[in-house]
Design a binder for this molecule. Structure first.
Ligand code: NAD
Ligand code: ZN
Length: 360
């Protein structure tokens, strides 16, 4: 038996208003005046001076405002990398992502592809990256995905939706400033928050569970219950705690895996473009047989916050479309093995998955 030796985020700052320190954090990392810092920022912040006035720009530094309406694509990563290479004489000093999981993943992927040849689709998988990435910094503005702490960057490519999982993927620096999440709309807060809750349920009920994952998963789970059910917190406490729940949830799956909801949600995302947070909720709502207690509690949380999930999103799909979704879901073998054990193929057949998708 050999155990995996994982890298982690090397530096992290936590605190309300810590975003103000970005200039001090970055300045020692500037390689030279020709090597800019490139900021990849969610376009929801364009024109929002409360955020943008604190982004320290000098020399050739540049902000790219990018929409998070669609999740990152390999072609989008490749285009951005090409643009950066064409526009600057030197490789950047750093890539800084400011946004949710979509933007954080884009920043990670761009920092990897600036130093690795070819197209990003060739690196979707496990441990395919050869060279260290450019210094990269993650600044989450919505909490739940764990993308700020994880070893992957999830991309939709021409053939699959799959992460670039590598030792070079984790951020070199993370800035956790819960104040940045203050304007997240309630529905989105719930969907992305539930991503964290579902990470906990899938990790804690998985066959890969071990004391490392359990300790993080239990902490994140308790925080989620406190946040989404008990609800005795001030807004500030809630923002602080959800940011830490996201971190712990991400740490929990580092040494285990996610499960059924993620496998099936990837299928929805690939075919229909359903986003990760809401997609997980749509799927998880129908997974009582796999996660009875987790789903029961999820339904309580959903009611408490009056969240109405879309219904019937698979009702008009053709057989060919079902096949595409089922292929994507089934290809995620480690997720199924974590959820159901080595012999998962006995229970998870194509017709079983179609039956489940038809409920959604
Ligand atoms: P997101 O980044 O897609 O953003 C969701 C919405 O919230 C967007 O409209 C965005 O503009 C808005 N938003 C973000 N911050 C805001 C703020 N402070 N105020 C107002 N609006 C704000 O959402 P997400 O759920 O964080 O990320 C989903 C993505 O994360 C997916 O692409 C998924 O694949 C990825 N993901 C990655 C990992 C990983 O480990 N790398 C894990 C889970 C999910
Ligand atoms: Zn997730």
């Amino acid at each position: 038996m050999t155990y995996k030796n994982f890298p982690m985020v090397s530096k992290v700052v936590f605190g309300r208003g810590s975003f103000n320190q970005l200039g001090d954090i970055l300045s020692p990392k500037r390689l030279n005046v020709k090597a800019p810092f490139i900021y990849i920022v969610d376009d929801v912040f364009q024109g929002n001076s409360w955020v943008t006035s604190r982004i320290p720009l000098a020399y050739d530094d540049k902000i790219y405002y990018i929409s998070a309406n669609e999740e990152p694509k390999t072609s989008q990563v490749d285009d951005l990398v090409e643009e950066i290479i064409l526009n600057y004489k030197a490789l950047p000093s750093g890539i800084i992502g400011i946004g949710g999981g979509t933007i954080l993943d884009l920043a990670k992927a761009v920092s990897i592809m600036l130093t690795n040849e070819g197209e990003s689709k060739n690196y979707q998988g496990w441990d395919l990256v050869k060279s260290p990435a450019i210094y990269h910094v993650g600044i989450p503005t919505i909490s739940g995905t764990g993308a700020e702490v994880s070893r992957t960057t999830v991309l939709t490519g021409p053939e699959k939706k799959l992460g670039i999982n590598s030792d070079f993927t984790p951020f070199d620096q993370v800035v956790l400033d819960p104040e940045l999440t203050k304007d997240v709309p309630v529905d989105q807060w719930f969907y992305t928050g539930m991503d964290c809750y579902i990470h906990c349920i899938e990790s804690l009920n998985g066959t890969f569970l071990n004391a490392f994952s359990k300790s993080y998963g239990e902490k994140a789970y308790d925080l989620c219950v406190e946040l989404f059910l008990d609800n005795n917190l001030t807004e500030e406490e809630a923002q602080d705690k959800l940011m830490m729940a996201s971190w712990h949830g991400g740490m929990s799956i580092a040494y285990s895996q996610v499960g059924v909801a993620h496998a099936m949600s990837y299928g929805l995302g690939y075919l229909l473009g359903t986003k990760h947070g809401i997609g997980n909720c749509i799927v998880f709502d129908h997974l009582e047989e796999f996660y009875p207690d987790g789903v029961k509690l999820f339904k309580k949380m959903k009611d408490k916050h009056q969240i109405k999930l879309p219904q019937g999103i698979c009702s008009k799909l053709s057989d060919k479309e079902f096949d595409i979704m089922i292929d994507v879901a089934l290809s995620l073998e480690p997720l199924w093995e974590n959820a159901l054990g080595k012999h998962w193929q006995k229970t998870i057949t194509r017709s079983k998955l179609k039956e489940l998708y038809l409920k959604m």
